[in-house]
Write a protein that binds this ligand. Sequence first.
Ligand code: ADP
Ligand code: F6P
Length: 358
Amino acid sequence: MAKFRKIGILTSGGDAPGMNAAVRAVARKALDEGVEVVGILGGYSGLIHDNVVPFTPRTVSNIISRGGTVLYSDRCPEFKTEEGMQKAIATCKRHGIDAIVAMGGDGTFRGATDMTNHGIPTIGIPCTIDNDITATDYTIGFDSAMNTTMHMIDCLRDTCESHKRCNVVEVMGRDCGQIALFTALASGAVAAVVPEVAFDEREFLDRMKKLVDAGKRSFLVIVSEGVVTENGQKYGEVLAKKIDEETGVETKFARLAHVVRGGSPTLRDRFTATQMGVYAVQALLAGKSNIVICQIDSRIAELDINYALIADRMYKNKLKPGDLDAFSAEQVAAMRALAAQRQEEIEAVYKMVAQTSK
Ligand code: ADP
Ligand code: F6P
């Protein structure tokens, strides 16, 4: 068992409901194991600027149900520089922090790898509402954000049905359409428009016209914010105008934006956050580092961060020359299989949206 005296916890990148539940789980499990805990405020910039607070079991009381992150979050470009990294390491030395649990998305995990390489073992916990970390089936915050999104779409449905209208709803998801896709299916939307699948606008407009003729009164179309036109316009707004003009159905546009990133986490997010938090501390104590905690086939597991980051780049078609050099042929094949599986999962839901909306 590795000897850790003190671990630090930080949250970084876009916040996600359930981050607090993960902070609580890491803190309580570590304290229970006799390891001291400090919170680092404001993500990696807290490390650079020495914003460190001691934790007791009571520090994390009553945060399991709270949205946002009590540790605050930040995007900190300075952390990517060697100078920033040296300041962060100096803070760790000053406080006797000998390991870190970093919660966030892929950028946060890149920072975690840098910390490990500079002598501070670091473990990542995936927290982002987008569910866009390829290596894990699930990221903390996804379920809460989707439920909030779904409830708001349901509200729009009520008024669309009363007034015989269509509502195009733009939802969060920078390069990832999962929130749009899943909430479209769950709210009976007539279409989802997402970055991962080509959208046939003509086919959709014709299909909608037929549904109007058949007597359908209300229409919902869910568009991921990451979908833009060739000249960079947000596609949701463009599509709303086209629907209005072509189908004769009065069409409104709504952008839900950051509102769905806040709010109390769902049971699934609190539960998964607790499982992952406890697992992260156990892994650290077992001497592991530079791993990301994942959920794979409903089980909590771990993957090497570098492997997870490269698998992610492969799925997102962002591989750089040399990225695969460090991996065996079997590992590369597994990454390709995972990327194909993720695309299949998305396409299956995409088809179901059209198949079930009549
Ligand atoms: P997310 O973790 O949600 O993807 P970001 O991409 O904003 O969010 O990354 C969060 C933080 O992680 C950044 O502000 C920065 O401090 C750190 N980070 C991001 N990319 C790198 C990198 N390539 N090297 C080191 N640190 C990074
Ligand atoms: O955390 C993911 C995310 O919420 C994306 O869905 C969204 O595009 C982005 O973050 C927004 O970031 P910011 O909070 O910087 O506007």
